[in-house]
Design a protein. Structure first.
Length: 270
């Protein structure tokens, strides 16, 4: 039996990068996955690839910051698969700026995508996590459900030019630990990963001109090279290495891990 056989997982921001690697890894291990992205093309492509390998997947396109999005994605998940076992809050982007130049819009945007969006999704999922876990206990059955929130070393240590992003990611850690305390009695494991420099379009050379939501993302090439040299392993992590940490926290291996922040950073911040 595969490790995630008969499990149903939602992964936000999974049309590309780390999220896609997570979706493919979970499908490979038997999970039925919901691929969600802001853009339809990468989401549909990811679903096609998963199905081509024998996996089960659907795509739900939408913006995590839309107040109606949680009801939409969870509703479509239940309609397609009948239940929900795993929620991965991965969607996000960066909008950097120094504090003295940062606008209210810029600060709020990071709270919306990295903290408020995940909060709304977790709240909407309560019937399938907290309530379902309570019913299991009353019936004498044991089933663990998993929530994994994607934070960052910036949320632990802060980062120059990222007051908005750091604040949101720090808040997400607080949310993670609170959910673990409130829902742990119902066999819900809520943990977070704190990524360092992972090789995605958000951390590629800014000179490449990549945009998310109309905002330029990336790191200036010289700064990126400096970051790489400060990492003990002297390189960025791959999306597969990042996905492996999320997979662990979503798997039965983490059944007694709750409220934890798993650092995946090559020893950059310890």
């Amino acid at each position: 039996m595969k490790m995630l056989e008969n499990q149903v997982a939602i992964i936000t921001g999974s049309g590309r990068g780390v999220g896609r690697a997570v979706a493919e890894m979970m499908a490979e291990h038997g999970a039925r996955v919901v691929v969600s992205d802001l853009d339809p093309e990468p989401a549909v492509e990811a679903v096609k690839e998963i199905r081509a390998k024998g996996g089960a997947a659907i795509s739900v396109v939408g913006n995590v910051t839309d107040p109606d999005f949680p009801k939409k994605i969870i509703g479509e998940t239940i309609q397609a698969f009948g239940k929900l076992d795993i929620l991965i809050n991965n969607a996000g982007y960066t909008w950097d700026g120094m504090i003295h130049k940062m606008t209210d819009e810029q600060f709020q945007a990071m709270l919306d995508i990295h903290l408020i969006g995940p909060f709304r999704l977790i709240r909407e999922a309560a019937p399938y996590f907290r309530d379902a876990g309570k019913a299991d206990i009353e019936q004498g059955t044991l089933h663990y459900r998993k929530i994994v929130n994607v934070s960052s070393v910036a949320g632990v240590m802060g980062n120059v030019g990222q007051a908005n992003y750091s604040s949101a990611k720090a808040g997400l850690i607080g949310l993670t630990k609170t959910v673990a305390r409130e829902w742990g009695p119902f066999n819900v494991n809520c943990n977070a990963v704190a990524f360092g420099l992972i090789d995605t379009r958000l951390t590629q050379a800014k000179e490449m001109g990549e945009k998310v939501n109309g905002v330029e993302v990336g790191i200036p090439q010289k700064v990126r090279q400096m970051f790489e040299q400060s990492i003990p392993q002297k390189r960025a992590g791959t999306v597969e290495e990042a996905a492996a940490g999320i997979f662990y926290l979503a798997s039965p291996f983490s059944n007694y891990t709750n409220g934890h922040v798993l650092h995946i950073n090559g020893g950059w911040y310890t």
